[in-house]
Design a protein around this ligand. Structure first.
Ligand code: GLA
Length: 390
């Protein structure tokens, strides 16, 4: 497993920066990808989630400029650095990966922060893209924390997460919630982040896999998901419509005990959406209670129940994620579920350490028999959020 966020070696990225820009970077920062343990499609309903940061991260070497030029380079895209004007950015004007870092500069400016001097940025990522592991949030958050420091803005973690989300929503055109950015900025090593998406209040909940003989497998189905394709926006709109019909600010405000009456009052097509969101928020609360009681193995059944709800009610799973979950649980995982937006992407499987090989092999075999490409399987430990490395 690549564990670059805990390896402090920053010489390589600084050397590439010097080669590209002919100067020393002012610093090197990193921001991680994430998996969500439970609380899916709850963030844009003002609800709760429980993500943890991955060891895989985006690293960024950066230097402040003073002439208004913004230069962007990514090791993954190669080619020459893109050159833009820091004060001349507008949604739609930048395409491809560069819209994420450019979007952060734009969102900071829009929020009244002066970053008009520009910067030179070189990014290098180990977060798999298109795997539902928040590679774009990691990119945005790395840029946000670096610019915050380079320009002495003094923004708190949740403010940086909001800036990063705004970049993704309004500049890159992806209607995501706040979970991925909050995870990338605010997670800490050894813990999951109990997030209240309404207030951005958050608490670190110890998640000690090793101490309990557990492993968390991340199974990338390699089915690419794309949140910009309209399905995510459609689900979000359905939830907002349901809340409006119920006279509530958001579905988070529907108490568990009022669920049956609410479901009876709603049009059929909104019923499964509301049932998922309300039961999923309850699963987050229960998951936090089980972790707080020192029983991480007890998360297992909640994960599997969460997957059933995403598959049958929210309908964002796909044959590959369903197969990975069934294969993992069938081979002895304590629980498994798709993680992230869905429509492909990754599955997490909470597994006793001595059964990981069996689970990996079973899922790989199931994919082979079904004629799917073999999945990519990683082991993940709860890692730290965005930080300065050098
Ligand atoms: C994507 C979005 C998040 C969240 C999840 C579903 O990852 O970026 O904001 O809505 O889907 O929980």
């Amino acid at each position: 497993m690549t564990d670059d966020i805990t390896a402090e070696s920053t010489d390589g990225i600084a050397a590439v920066f010097r080669e590209l820009y002919g100067a020393q970077p002012d610093g090197v920062w990193a921001a991680p990808g994430r998996v969500n343990l439970i609380g899916e499609h709850t963030d844009y309903n003002d609800g709760f989630a429980l993500p943890m940061a991955l060891p895989q991260s985006v690293r960024l070497a950066a230097r402040r400029r003073g002439d208004g030029v913004l230069r962007l380079h990514s090791a993954q895209s190669g080619g020459p650095a893109a050159e833009l004007r820091a004060d001349g950015l507008a949604p739609g004007a930048v395409t491809g990966w560069a819209r994420y870092p450019a979007g952060v500069v734009w969102a900071l400016t829009e929020a009244g922060h002066d970053v008009s001097g520009g910067a030179d940025l070189h990014l290098d990522s180990t977060v798999p893209t298109g795997a539902g592991l928040s590679s774009s949030a990691a990119l945005e958050c790395a840029v946000a924390v670096a610019l915050d420091e380079l320009y002495g803005l003094g923004l708190a973690g949740p403010e940086l997460a909001r800036i990063a989300q705004r970049a993704e929503n309004a500049f890159a055109g992806v209607p995501c919630g706040i979970m991925d950015q909050m995870a990338s900025v605010c997670c800490t090593e050894g813990a999951a982040l109990h997030l209240d998406s309404r207030t951005l209040g958050h608490r670190q909940v110890p998640f000690d896999l090793d101490g309990h003989g557990l492993r968390l497998l991340v199974i990338d189905t390699r089915v690419q998901h794309d949140l910009a394709d309209g399905a995510y926006a459609g689900l979000r709109a359905g939830c907002e419509r349901a809340a409006a019909l119920l006279g509530l600010p958001a579905l988070r405000d529907l108490p568990d005990e009022d669920l049956p009456a609410a479901l009876a009052a709603l049009p059929d097509r909104l019923v499964p959406l509301v049932r998922h969101v309300v039961t999923e928020n309850a699963r987050v609360t229960e998951a936090v209670a089980r972790l707080t009681a020192g029983d991480p193995a007890a998360l297992g059944p909640l994960l599997t129940a969460g997957h059933a709800s995403l598959r049958d009610d929210y309908r964002v799973s796909c044959p590959e994620t369903d197969l990975a979950v069934a294969g993992a649980v069938g081979a002895g995982a304590l629980g498994a579920r798709m993680t992230g937006g869905g429509f492909g992407g990754s599955v997490i499987a909470l597994t006793p350490a001595d059964r990981t090989d069996r689970v990996r092999a079973a899922v790989t075999r199931a994919f082979e028999s079904a004629g799917h490409r073999p999945p990519a399987v990683l082991e993940a430990a709860p890692s730290r959020g965005a930080t300065r490395l050098a």
